[in-house]
Every structure is written in C-alpha cells, then in structure tokens.
Design a binder for this molecule. Structure first.
Ligand code: PLP
Length: 384
C-alpha cells in the first residue's frame, strides 16, 4: 500500500506536470511575473466556470476577505456576524479592520453557521454576515439571504473551502458557491480544492461598481497609474501561480468528483457504527448519482461521540494514518478573540464539536486499499 498522506499534492502534480512545467518555463522566459497574460486568462476562465461577472485575483484568501470588507465600505464599530467554528482568518480580518466580530454557533450536523443564531445576533449595528462554506458544503444560503434582505445586510461568502460546490435553492435553482452573496472570497492555498503552488486568492462578485472599487483596492487604491483615490493594499496573484491554477481549473470538477467518491466510500464503511457520525450531506442528488457537487469535501470530518477522539488521533498518528482536528478551540475562546460579550450558553454546538471532530485523509489520489485500511483502523479502535 502507498504511504497515506493527509493531502497528496505530489501525486496530483504528476498528472499536470508537463503543462505546469511548460507554462512556468514560458513565464521565466517572458519575465511577466506580475499581472501577466496568465493572470488575466485565469480570471476570465474562472468567471466562466463560476458563472459570475467578476473575479478579482489577489494574494491569498485572508486578503480576499479583508478586501471584500474594505470594498463594501464597512466602518469601525460595524458588527459583522460569522461562525464560531471556522478557521481564524475569517474573524481575524474583521478584528483587523476594527469592525466588531460577532461570533455565533453552528449546526451540529453540517458544521455550518446556524441561521437562527444569526437572527438572534442581529442588532441595529449589524452590517454584514460572513457565512463560511465549511469543509466543502454551502451554508444555508436561502435563509441567510432572506435575513440579509430583511435587515439590509451584506453577505460575504467565505468560499475558501468550497470552490466548485453547487448550492440548490428551495426553488430548485442552482448556483456555484461564492456567487450567491454580494461578494465572496476564496483561497488557492496549496491544500485547498483548487490550490496553487504558493499563496493565492480571489474575490468574486456580480456587482459592477463593487468590482471596480475592489480592482483598485488590491493595487494600492490606484484606478489610474500613480493616482491613489482610496487607501488600498498590495495584494496580487502572480503569473506563476495563475499558470498552475489554469492547469488545474479544467480538472477541478474531476478532482472534486474523486473527493466525493472517497467520501462516499468512507461513509458507507461507517454506516451503523454507534459511536461514529459521518458528515451529513444536505442536498438530495437526483437519481443517487455516483457523484454530486453539492459537497466538495475539502475535509472529510467525523464526529466520535464516545469521548475517544483524542485517543483516536494519537492511535492513527502512531500507525501511519495522518489526521487533523479542525478546529480544536472555538474562536470565542481564543485569546485574541475572547470577549465579555460572549456567553457560553450561546455556543453549545461549537463547544461540543471541538471535542468530537476528526478529519481523515482527503485528496484526489486516495485509493480503495488506503480507505479500507483507514476505516478499519478507526472502527476497530473506537469500538475497542
Ligand atoms: C484557508 C482559509 C482561509 C484563508 O486562506 P489563505 O489563503 O490561507 O489566507 C480563510 N477562510 C477559511 C475558511 C479557510 O479555510
């Protein structure tokens, strides 16, 4: 059996090696390292793939989120509601801009932000909601967009973990993750579903005016060379990263399909196990298809409900199976973000999830033998 990896970037690279190497060599020869033709081409190709009017590439997913908030003109003191159970980048940029983060609880089965908790947290100072499409599945965008409309709030989708996922509204219409709210951010960090070979990110929007504002903001607030109309940042995607992304984008659906198939195989093995809860898939795919894009499984995350999660982590690590705990501490308990405003009773789900979740190896190169080995080890240990 091949050595099991949490993420297998090397194996994936083998499939695109010639194309990537040729493009990188061409960029080295042309010296168009920043804003070269590959960046513009990638932008257009991603706009087409997502069905969104504007893609604005930038340096990483954290910048993308920050620039979304700057572009919307959020001001110090404005409250921004987001999930207590996510990667810290989401709340970090809110705090960095001197906006007020308002952390709320998530749902126990999908791990995504709970619309009822959002509604309870809305005040006259609330200006925006940041749903995170955690682990590859969209948050409840119907309910979130309805709340936003009712209370006149912006919705910024943090789509770092769900690129390529499709959201189906209650009326049956389908949209790609990151094209539903007013604006969205994504990350091309190497281990994300669409990852480059360094840092990278992008902002998506259908709003022409906002896109124009943001295009200047990512480049020092310049709309005309050396005329700085607004305070901006330096956040650009470089040509080499764009070339890698151009090689991978046509394969993204196929990569996500492989993740879906690995996830399906995992979940079948865990069926009926009393102390193991497999991740819930929210959509109903027509006709029981072997592949479906409502969940793109950035992570495959189980809940271990008999208190043995930490021992299982140790056991897997000791036996050559990498795993991860995303995330071990609720954001409202992190030193940087703890605040007297928060009450423990408002976070029953997150407080429980941090003790139960474990993410298993998930990537495009997992084979059946490896998955069987992993599931057998998990089941044997948890029931011992
Ligand atoms: C990875 C990630 C980010 C940040 O992306 P970077 O490119 O690493 O800055 C933001 N939010 C979520 C949910 C992420 O998973």
């Amino acid at each position: 059996m091949k050595k099991i990896q949490m993420v297998d970037l090397k194996g994936q690279y083998e499939g695109i090696r010639n194309e990537v190497n040729d493009s990188i060599a061409e960029i080295l020869d042309s010296s168009a390292f920043i804003n070269g033709p590959h960046v513009h081409a990638f932008q257009n190709e991603l706009e087409e793939y997502l069905g969104v009017k504007h893609v604005i590439p930038c340096a990483n997913g954290t910048d993308a989120l920050q620039i979304c908030m700057m572009g919307l003109g959020l001001q110090p003191g404005d409250e921004v509601i987001t999930a207590d159970f996510t990667f810290a980048a989401t709340v970090e940029v809110i705090a960095l801009l001197n906006l007020t983060p308002v952390l709320v609880d998530v749902e126990p089965d999908t791990f995504n932000i709970d619309p009822k908790a959002i509604e309870r947290a809305i005040t006259p100072k609330t200006k925006a909601i940041v749903p995170v499409h955690l682990f590859g599945q969209c948050a409840h965008m119907d309910a979130i967009m309805e709340l936003a409309e009712k209370h006149n709030l912006y919705v910024i989708e943090d789509n770092a973990q769900a690129i390529g996922a499709t959201y189906t509204s209650s009326d049956g219409s389908k949209q790609k993750a990151g094209t539903i709210g007013h604006v969205a951010s994504t990350s091309f960090f190497p281990s994300k579903n669409l990852g480059c070979y360094g840092d990278g990110g992008a902002i998506f929007t259908n709003d022409d005016d906002l896109a124009h504002i943001i295009r200047g903001m990512v480049n020092h607030g310049m709309y005309k060379r050396y005329y700085h109309d607004v305070v901006g940042v330096n956040s650009r995607l470089d040509s080499i990263q764009a070339a890698v992304l151009r090689a991978k984008l046509p394969k993204l659906d196929d990569y996500n399909k492989k993740r879906w198939q690995a996830a399906t195989k995992y979940s079948r093995s865990f069926e009926g196990q009393p102390n193991i809860v497999a991740p819930k898939i929210q959509c109903v795919c027509e006709g029981g298809k072997s592949s479906c894009d409502c969940h793109v499984f950035h992570q495959y995350t189980l809940k271990i409900t008999n208190g043995k999660r930490d021992e299982l982590v140790q056991h897997l690590n000791d036996n050559g199976v990498p795993c991860g705990v995303y995330y071990p501490v609720p954001l409202h308990k992190q030193k940087a973000y703890a605040d007297d405003r928060y009450n423990e009773e408002d976070f029953p789900v997150t407080n429980q999830l941090v003790k139960e979740v474990i993410s298993l190896p998930m990537h495009t190169e997992l084979d059946d033998e490896q998955i069987d080995f992993i599931t057998n080890m998990v089941i044997d240990f948890v029931n011992k």
